[in-house]
Design a protein around this ligand. Structure first.
Ligand code: 13P
Length: 249
């Protein structure tokens, strides 16, 4: 069985004071939770989160990284730098990076490779927009996003990666994909990987993200191909995040 993972994506939220309260609350109750837990925090808070989570079971993650190792890339942050703050995970290709900052499938693939090459576990985000779902091309869009990375990184790299299916229309909107809708796409993602390496596909964790709340988490996580969640808004409220973690057990 794949072990469930619940990862919080704080996006551009937080303050030193709020982070300390949130992380201390989550940390206090995390030992009783039999699932993997991660928090992906804004860059400036990595050191604070590293210190507050030291010795806990909660893993640290970042929300983005540069495809380059070092150099004249003003404003960018490399995988090596993230590693220095004990980051285990890094989000790659979140839909906000793709749509607001114009990250292409090709760039996302480069970032995925940079993460894997430096021992970080990329959480590769894929998902369709509302018009794509309404046009009936959800699986085609997700397959294209997956293929770009598989072709660049090789399917074997997915042994050290996580995939997150996040339908864009469900992010921050309160419109969650139904468990059946999500399961269908997760199943298609796993089948795409299985066509190349079935053993690897069996072990690949595929998270669902998009308006996951304590009220809907358990039903989503009980689907056979849903291996946990990538949580936005609800990850900023300790009780909600913990309730979602409990739903993964
Ligand atoms: P919400 O849970 O706020 O919909 O955000 C989902 C998300 O984008 C996580 O990466």
């Amino acid at each position: 069985m794949r072990r469930k993972l619940v990862a919080g994506n704080w996006k551009m939220h937080g303050s030193l004071k709020k982070n300390a309260a949130l992380l201390n609350s989550v940390r206090a109750l995390s030992p009783g939770l039999d699932c993997d837990i991660a928090v992906c925090v804004p860059y400036p808070y990595l050191a604070q989160a590293q210190a507050l989570l030291d010795g806990s079971k909660i893993a640290l993650g970042a929300q983005n990284l540069s495809e380059h190792e070092a150099g004249a890339f003003t404003g960018e942050v490399s995988a090596v730098m993230l590693g220095e703050f004990a980051c285990r995970y890094v989000l790659v290709g979140h839909s906000e990076r793709r749509s607001i900052y114009g990250e292409s499938d090709a760039l996302v693939a480069e970032k995925f490779v940079a993460a894997v090459n430096h021992g970080l576990v990329p959480i590769l985000c894929v998902g369709e927009k509302l018009d794509e779902r309404e046009g009936g091309c959800t699986e085609q869009v997700v397959a294209r996003q997956m293929s770009a990375v598989i072709e660049r990184a090789g399917v074997a790299a997915f042994a050290k990666a996580v995939v997150a299916y996040e339908p864009v229309w469900a992010i921050g909107t309160g419109m969650t994909a139904s468990p059946a809708q999500a399961q269908d796409v997760h199943c298609a993602i796993r089948a795409q990987v299985a066509a190349l390496d079935s053993g690897l596909a069996d072990g690949l964790r595929i998270l669902y993200g998009g308006s996951v709340k304590p009220q809907n988490a358990r039903e989503l996580f009980s689907q056979s191909d849903i291996d946990g969640g990538l949580i936005g808004g609800a990850a900023l409220v300790a009780d909600d995040f913990l309730a979602i973690c409990r739903a993964a057990i």
